[in-house]
Design a protein around this ligand. Structure first.
Ligand code: DGL
Length: 282
């Protein structure tokens, strides 16, 4: 396999489903002339309560498919659970061992950096899936980001949030009830900034904000991840040259493609005009 990346290749983005569209939106807005290929692994979602070894394998398959089948010049792991199970530096090293020296960007470190910047009191929260919170990845990322400054991190897993988003239910009494239950430890801890440590959660931001209070700053990793991607591509001279072209956006799902198109258009916007089926090994 060639070790030359193609500067005109797309940016590959993946998630277990619709959540990574929050990151795709930020990437499209920041880098409008770049092509993107997005895979939502809705056929195997949710990742949050699966064995991390299985999630690790899924993440590998998706990343390799984006590189081998779609010529991706960079990978964005737009899923906290996948990045917690297969840290981005490990995935980057695996690709490099096969001669593919391409950047792999995750959501965990950009999110943690943004969280640390947002706090004034030094008491912050993170919410995510069982897999992400259980991995301890955010404890490490926040301590890296705080550079020794005392930051107290309170974590809460929120099983059920992702399922509501995947069904297109982003508000209503049942969502609020679940949010009140799941966010109780966060409310109790009196945090002043809360990181949405699952890429699905920005779609529930209104409900989450109502429950934790308007004085708590909600931090989403989507924009920070897009900035980290741009900086990395710039640094490695991998950005496309023609600034006046409009990027091509390809979306794929391993599950129900018509549902992915219907809900995806609502969540991401008009760029999601077509959805193809993604099969393992296609
Ligand atoms: N969007 C994924 C994340 O950021 C998780 C979703 C899932 O449980 O499948 O963790």
């Amino acid at each position: 396999m060639s070790n030359e990346f193609d500067v005109n290749g797309p940016i590959g983005i993946f998630d277990s489903g619709f959540g990574g569209l929050t990151v795709a939106r930020a990437v499209i807005d920041l880098l409008p002339n770049e092509d993107i290929v997005y895979i939502g692994d809705t056929g195997r979602y949710p990742y949050g309560d699966k064995d991390p070894n299985d999630v690790r394998e899924y993440a590998r398959e998706l990343a390799w498919s984006l590189v081998r089948d779609y010529n991706a010049k960079a990978i964005v792991v737009a899923c906290n659970t996948a990045a917690a199970a297969l840290p981005v530096h490990e995935l980057e090293a695996e690709l490099a061992a096969d001669g593919l020296h391409i950047p792999v960007i995750g959501v965990i470190d950009p999110g943690a950096q943004s969280l640390v910047r947002a706090t004034r009191s030094g008491t912050v929260g993170v919410i995510g899936t069982i897999g992400t919170i259980g991995s301890g990845a955010y404890d490490l990322a926040v301590s890296r980001a705080s550079l020794g400054a005392p930051v107290k991190l309170v974590s809460a897993a929120c099983p059920g949030f992702v399922e509501f988003v995947e069904r297109g239910r982003t508000s209503g009494p049942e969502v609020t009830l679940l949010a009140q239950r799941m966010l109780a430890p966060i409310v109790e801890a009196n945090v002043d900034a809360l990181l949405l440590g699952c890429t699905h959660y920005p779609y529930l931001a209104r409900v989450i904000s109502d429950v934790v209070g308007l004085d708590v700053t909600l931090v989403s990793s989507a924009d920070e991840t897009a900035f980290a991607l741009r900086d990395q591509l710039e640094h490695q001279h991998m950005l496309r040259k023609e600034s006046d072209r409009s990027g091509q956006h390809t979306f794929m799902s391993s599950g129900d493609v018509s549902w992915f198109k219907a809900l995806g258009t609502r969540l991401l916007g008009p760029e999601l005009s077509n959805v193809d089926i993604w099969n393992k090994g296609n």
